[in-house]
Write a protein that binds this ligand. Structure first.
Ligand code: SF4
Ligand code: SF4
Length: 382
């Protein structure tokens, strides 16, 4: 069960779900007690909890209004979908991995179809990305079309094109905005665009003023390390909800910019020191990274994540999302016990899940190897 407005997930087993279904307004507490064998006083504690967590209500509701049906969820379930609606962008970031050989915009009908299929599969959260999604000429039209679908909508943006008017329009369309911001002075250098820092800070301020959950994503590199304490203070003062940091993988455009590279041993140590808030992705105790995630590119190609855009498992115009997810599960989701991390007996495997498989592959040439950035994060020497 998922509260998409608050991004809260409750995992129930079949028995608990059957009990929960008894609270549908047709049974008295005494009847529920008889059916389940639970004591009335225990049921009352449960009812208070369920009301507090907004899983049930004690108000009269118009029966039928919230009816819906879903297809059986795959295992592992597909919970997050990252949709790149365009390859176009207003910036020119040093570490960009998006294939810009073709300038592509996703057609609104394809976008709508993907989101509808995702919802039927019991998906929970869509991350709308690009390029820069706000440069898509039909961005607002597309978001309005999915407004009634009760999944959490998160906009991933560089924040430069936001203003008061757009933020007002976004209010009903997305629940969360994630802004990329890597530093104070170095940000414009890393994004190769002048006069954007002040604009981004203003966007964050306006978003928070309008009540959005705002996250900031920061890429660490050689030129921004000294700025991170100041950046953290600015973000705290702005009351940013989540601050995510990561080290860019040496791929795409980043391969031509080695002056920014950080050794994995240094990167992990830095990552440990900064950041706060909730995680953006749902994790698994059994599988390695991306166990509940897939990506749809602007041309409709479906892949494990953005890094795998050149290895799609199919295209959404000719294969259903379920078929694509089944292929991703087969080829691109690994069990933790198959990783070298497991064979080495790493005690952090449950938390770390082996880090990023793509980064491990780029770094070592072996998809089952350790992710050295994460090893340094956890202080593991292999
Ligand atoms: S390979 Fe890296 S970017 Fe892709 S899903 Fe795994 S952790 Fe995420
Ligand atoms: S810390 Fe290193 S060895 Fe341990 S699980 Fe993570 S990547 Fe694997």
């Amino acid at each position: 069960m998922y509260d998409y407005l608050k991004d809260e997930i409750f995992e129930l087993d079949g028995e608990a779900f059957e009990v929960l279904k008894l609270f549908n307004g047709s049974h008295s507490v005494e009847e529920i007690s008889k059916i389940t064998g639970a004591k009335i006083k225990d049921l009352k504690v449960l009812i208070d909890y369920l009301i507090e967590e907004k899983l049930i209500t004690d108000k009269k509701v118009d029966k039928g209004v919230q009816k819906g049906s879903f297809d059986k969820s795959p295992v592992p379930s597909l919970r997050t979908i990252l949709v790149h609606i365009t390859t176009n962008c207003n910036l020119d970031c040093v570490h960009c991995y998006v294939d810009k050989s073709q300038r592509l915009e996703m057609e609104p009908s394809v976008f709508y179809d993907v989101v509808k299929q995702f919802d039927r599969l019991q998906g929970l959260k869509i991350l709308v990305s690009g390029g820069e999604p706000l440069v898509h000429p039909k961005f607002f039209e597309m978001m309005r079309r999915i407004q009634g679908i009760k999944i959490r909508k998160v906009l991933l943006t560089n924040g430069v094109l936001l203003d008061g008017k757009k933020i007002r329009k976004l209010r009903e369309l997305v629940q969360e905005v994630q802004i990329s911001l890597d530093g104070t002075k170095s940000h414009e250098q890393f994004r190769r665009t002048k006069n954007i820092f002040g604009k981004i800070i203003e966007s964050i301020r306006l978003l928070k003023e309008s009540g959005f959950v705002v996250s900031v994503s920061t890429m660490i590199h050689k030129k921004n390390l000294e700025e991170l304490p100041t950046l953290g203070k600015i973000l705290r003062d702005l009351k940013v909800d989540n601050w995510y940091l990561d080290a860019p993988t040496v791929t795409g455009e980043y391969r031509n910019n080695s002056l920014y590279y950080l050794e994995p041993q240094i990167a992990g140590n830095i990552l440990r020191k900064y950041g706060w808030g909730e995680k953006l992705y749902y994790e698994s105790q059994t599988y390695a990274c991306g166990a509940h995630l897939c990506t749809v590119m602007a041309n409709g190609d479906v892949a494990k994540c953005g890094f795998y855009y050149s290895q799609p498992v199919g295209n959404i115009k000719s294969k259903s999302l379920r078929e694509c997810w089944e292929l991703i599960k087969e080829k691109y989701i690994w069990e933790q016990r198959d990783l070298r991390c497991f064979k080495e007996g790493c005690e952090h495997l449950k938390d770390c899940r082996g880090g990023c498989r793509y980064r491990a592959y780029i770094d070592t040439g072996d998809i089952m190897e350790v992710d050295r950035v994460k090893c340094s994060y956890y202080g593991v020497r292999i």
